[in-house]
Design a protein around this ligand. Structure first.
Ligand SMILES: Cc1cc2nc3c(=O)[nH]c(=O)nc-3n(C[C@H](O)[C@H](O)[C@H](O)COP(=O)(O)OP(=O)(O)OC[C@H]3O[C@@H](n4cnc5c(N)ncnc54)[C@H](O)[C@@H]3O)c2cc1C
Length: 389
């Protein structure tokens, strides 16, 4: 029996509109912020004003109330157009923790302002210098004293901290030695960074190989009102885990956007550049790596779409979110390789944007979770092999 397969894109209109907005921020804009390691304020403002950063916020709180696949389409389009959503993507996945586990008062207090852009929730404080991937070994401690918590410790790679009003912070509230499971005793807090800055909170930028506005953050007796604890004390690790599938699916969409950008650039250039009397794209040695990257991208994209569909249907999607993240990042990298090779020496020149996008695409093999840890997840949780760490 014939089965109807719908391949219609439910977010075609969003993609078109985001594409138009991105066209106002061409390569020269991104090159300049990259050169200056500056925050793309004008772009983030335009995106916020158009309502895209509030895509996932329910309508009752002033957002668009769209599904995750719509947010994925927005991020993909930004990357496909040659831009970078790293300056603002965190809002989309951090906010899920407040939406799912925050109190009615927290939602009322923060979500409408996040939706209008009055408040930016862009900082996510999880990684620490000594614990890295081993999240439950983190040392930042929040000690309850009356109606507040006193926070001491340090985070690293806290992206966008200088450009965010709020941070979602993961800290220990019970020492690791005093909990039955190491995943217990961690709690999540909403930190009002603007009021804490200089009062127990210090932010120090880290210069990296691409423009990601990353920082180190230090807490020295920083006070956080007890009402800013999200959910139940000691259950924060679970809340963060809850949000990770969404984070992986969204970041994967950016990698797919990167892959599409690289492929288009490489195809166009390969048709224009004429050497030995014919376009270089006529040579299979140039054509095949691009064609292979395209095939990789389409396969990764299909897995990503499946992950998004399962997420939206409320089905478990850890397998697709993790594998999708790895394969989408790999596809972007393969496409980046093909593009830089196709461009030859010009691939290394700033003005073509290939070298910038190449640096940017590399991040997603490492963050927010590295490829090894994804393979460990697949080995253990999908294939049932012994835990390796
Ligand atoms: C630009 C940038 C922005 C970031 N933004 C944020 C942010 O906003 N908020 C935040 O909290 N974090 C952020 N991160 C941190 C990021 O999530 C971590 O870098 C990443 O999770 C890896 O942790 P690590 O750097 O400590 O590496 P480590 O944990 O030290 O790992 C180093 C290497 O060892 C491998 N490895 C470790 N353990 C195992 C094992 N058991 N088996 C096999 N291999 C293993 C890893 O795969 C990796 O390749 C960012 C990082 C970067 C570079």
């Amino acid at each position: 029996m014939d089965q109807h397969i719908s391949t219609a894109d439910p977010h075609a209109e969003i993609r078109e509109e985001v594409g138009k907005l991105c066209a106002r921020f061409p390569g020269e804009y991104w090159r300049q912020v990259d050169r200056d390691r500056a925050y793309p304020t004008a772009f983030v403002t335009a995106l916020t004003e158009a309502g895209y950063l509030g895509a996932l916020i329910p309508e009752e709180f002033g957002g668009a109330g769209l599904p995750l696949s719509a947010a994925a389409a927005i991020l993909e389009e930004i990357h496909r157009s040659g831009g970078n959503a790293g300056a603002c993507h965190a809002q989309m996945y951090i906010m899920g923790t407040i939406l799912k586990h925050g109190s009615p008062d927290q939602k009322k207090r923060y979500l409408p302002k996040i939706a209008t852009g009055e408040l930016r929730l862009q900082a996510f404080g999880v990684t620490e210098p000594t614990s890295g991937t081993d999240t439950t070994a983190l040392r930042t401690f929040a000690k309850k004293e009356g109606d507040k918590y006193i926070v001491n410790g340090q985070k690293i790679w806290t992206s966008r901290a200088e450009h965010s009003d709020l941070m979602l912070l993961l800290a220990r509230t019970t020492p690791r030695g005093e909990v039955a499971k190491k995943t217990d005793g961690l709690s999540t807090f909403i930190v009002d960074m603007k009021s804490a800055l200089g009062r127990g909170l210090t932010i120090r930028p880290i210069r990296t190989m691409m423009n990601h506005n990353s920082t180190e953050v230090f807490f020295d007796n920083m006070e956080v009102p007890a009402e800013n604890l999200v959910g139940i004390e000691g259950k924060g690790f679970r809340y963060i885990l809850d949000g990770m599938n969404a984070e992986r699916l969204l970041i994967s969409s950016e990698s797919i956007g990167d892959a599409k950008w690289f492929i288009k650039k490489a195809v166009d250039y390969s048709k224009e550049r004429v050497l030995f009397g014919r376009p270089i794209g006529q040579n299979q040695g140039v054509q095949f790596p691009i064609a292979k990257a395209y095939a990789q991208m389409r396969a990764a994209e299909a897995l990503l779409r499946l992950g998004l569909a399962k997420f939206e249907a409320g089905q478990p999607c850890g397998e697709e979110a993790n594998m999708g993240k790895m394969l989408c990042a790999d596809a972007a990298w393969a496409a980046g390789e093909a593009a830089i090779q196709t461009f030859g020496g010009f691939g290394f020149a700033e003005e073509y944007d290939v070298e910038r996008k190449y640096r940017e695409a590399r991040l997603y093999q490492v963050a927010p979770i590295s490829t090894n840890l994804i393979l460990s997840y697949v080995g253990e949780h999908v294939l049932g092999m012994p835990r390796s760490y």
